[in-house]
Design a protein around this ligand. Structure first.
Ligand code: UDP
Ligand code: GLC
Length: 391
């Protein structure tokens, strides 16, 4: 199977990490086309996945603004689509992984008559997209022969927005559980905790309860909810904010720092920026909190925490509801509800044995449910069906 994967982003977000795992499976015969240089193509090269940068200038469109703005710059879009169409003639199909990749991919597919596949990583709802963007996504995605939705929630929102139900298949993200389990021994874990808590070497009394938050800094990822929750938690509860503002959300970063200052939480909130040692950091945390204020399409961080054996609390909306069985494999709290989040944090702190039992159950289930090999086999089967239909 020869696949031309397309992704608009040069940055390494969840959709790109998911694509890298799929593309690795097809790397002998496939190519990943990216519209911008950056950490994502660098990551692909490290994995020896063939990658090609199709355009050095990023299409300047924010998610909340109109995709039309991108379409208007036709003098940029048409040569890009023509170049991709030309390249796609050597492949069996075009696999678009993001919305702008869908726009360009749909046009290229029209030109080269290669079938279009869309991997839907988003919830196409008013909370995430303007009306015009929803309409563009649905119209173009309905031209695809196959849509792979990253959760039932993403699938349902797509259909509710007018998407075709007959082409959509839900495939969860897959993970290599061995990358997460036992990624760090207990001595290294103690060392990492001291480092992130900025304890000096003669301060061996780490009595902190560390709540980790692993997401790009963005208003809908809700880091502010965790900061707010800290006020209602015991003094030794500390929050680690791991992640960067990937898409220029500098105002939100300022807002978070201001919030920390005005609540006098400077000693209890640590901004770690973007990190590549996620399994180690998650394993060193006592609890992982996911706090998105809008429905999360899937939520890789929730599964990653489970695979590390760290208890996880998530915001009860979107894909997170499919991932967490409350009280059995984690906890769910209403999105934006800082007091409810504080209650779960305090319960996990006071009842570590229970929290560990829940985390163990979550880990056992996640290893089975989100196995990368199974996911890649499912995707290969779905793509294989398209090739057969063409014959
Ligand atoms: N992540 C990372 N470094 C960071 C913060 C996050 O590698 O500093 C990873 C995280 O482990 C996860 C992904 O980024 O695999 C985020 O994916 P998720 O589906 O949770 O959210 P997204 O940002 O894609 O909406
Ligand atoms: C997107 C979504 C996230 C999901 C990821 C992988 O980035 O925002 O929820 O986990 O794609 O499918």
């Amino acid at each position: 199977m020869k696949v031309l994967f397309l992704d608009q982003s040069g940055k390494l977000g969840g959709a790109e990490l998911c694509l890298a795992d799929i593309a690795e499976h097809f790397k002998q015969t496939s190519l990943v086309g990216v519209f911008d240089e950056g950490t994502f193509p660098q990551y692909l090269r490290q994995l020896e996945i063939p990658v090609k940068i199709f355009n050095k200038q990023t299409l300047q469109v924010q998610k909340a603004s109109s995709l039309l703005a991108g379409l208007k710059s036709l003098n940029q879009l048409i040569p890009l689509a023509a170049a991709i169409a030309q390249c796609s003639r050597q492949y069996d199909l075009i696999y678009a992984n993001t919305q702008k990749a869908l726009v360009v991919g749909a046009l290229s597919s029209l030109l080269s008559r290669r079938p279009l596949v869309y991997h839907l990583h988003d919830i196409v709802s008013p909370e995430h997209f303007s009306r015009i963007n929803r309409r563009i996504i649905i119209t173009l995605a309905n031209r695809a022969v196959l849509i792979i939705a990253n959760s039932q929630a993403s699938r349902d929102a797509f259909i509710q927005a007018g998407g075709r139900a007959d082409c959509v298949h839900v495939v969860y993200n897959g993970f290599r559980s061995e990358d997460y389990a036992n990624s760090i021994d207990s001595a290294a874990q103690r060392q990492l905790r001291s480092e992130v808590l900025s304890l000096d070497s003669n301060q061996s009394d780490d009595t902190s309860f560390i709540v980790g938050h692993f997401s790009r800094l963005s208003p809908w990822k809700g880091q502010h909810v965790l900061i707010e929750a800290l006020q209602y938690c015991p003094e030794n509860v500390t929050a680690l904010l791991v992640g960067d503002a990937l898409f220029g959300e500098q105002d939100y970063v300022q807002q978070l720092r201001q919030q920390v200052k005005s609540l006098k939480l400077e000693n209890r909130v640590k901004f770690l920026g973007f990190r590549s040692d996620i399994p180690q950091l998650m394993s060193a945390c006592d609890l992982v909190a996911h706090t998105s204020t809008a429905p999360e399409p899937f939520g890789r961080v929730i599964v990653e925490a489970m695979l590390c054996g760290t208890p996880v609390v998530a915001a009860a909306a979107g894909g997170a509801i499919e991932l967490v069985d409350p009280g059995r494999t984690g906890w769910l709290t209403p999105p934006g509800d800082a007091k409810a989040l504080a209650e779960v944090i305090t319960t996990c702190q006071n009842q570590p044995d229970w929290a560990n039992v829940v985390a163990d159950q979550a880990k056992a289930q996640a290893v089975r449910r989100f196995n990368l090999e199974t996911v890649n086999a499912d995707i290969a089967r779905l793509l294989g069906n398209i090739k057969q239909q063409k014959r």
